[in-house]
Design a protein around this ligand. Structure first.
Ligand SMILES: [Zn+2]
Length: 68
């Protein structure tokens, strides 16, 4: 059984189940096509993982507030 959906990123009508576009589009039940998934969603996820790592790691340096 084939499904079709409208890509929530590029607006193309596409056959198939699509991909979860989060974090590019965070609307519930939104789908995106394979090409947008590859070009935007995967890159956005890689960027977000990098941002999360960057947000976590500097805390080590911020603890250098001296209370002596
Ligand atoms: Zn698309």
């Amino acid at each position: 059984m084939k499904q079709s959906f409208t890509c929530s990123i590029c607006g193309a009508k596409t056959r198939g189940f699509g991909n979860n576009p989060d974090p590019v589009v965070t609307i519930p039940d939104a789908r995106c096509c394979d090409s947008c998934n590859r070009d935007y969603v995967i890159k956005a996820r890689i960027l977000m993982i990098g941002l999360i790592d960057a947000a976590r790691s500097p805390k080590k340096n911020r603890q250098s507030t001296r209370t002596e």
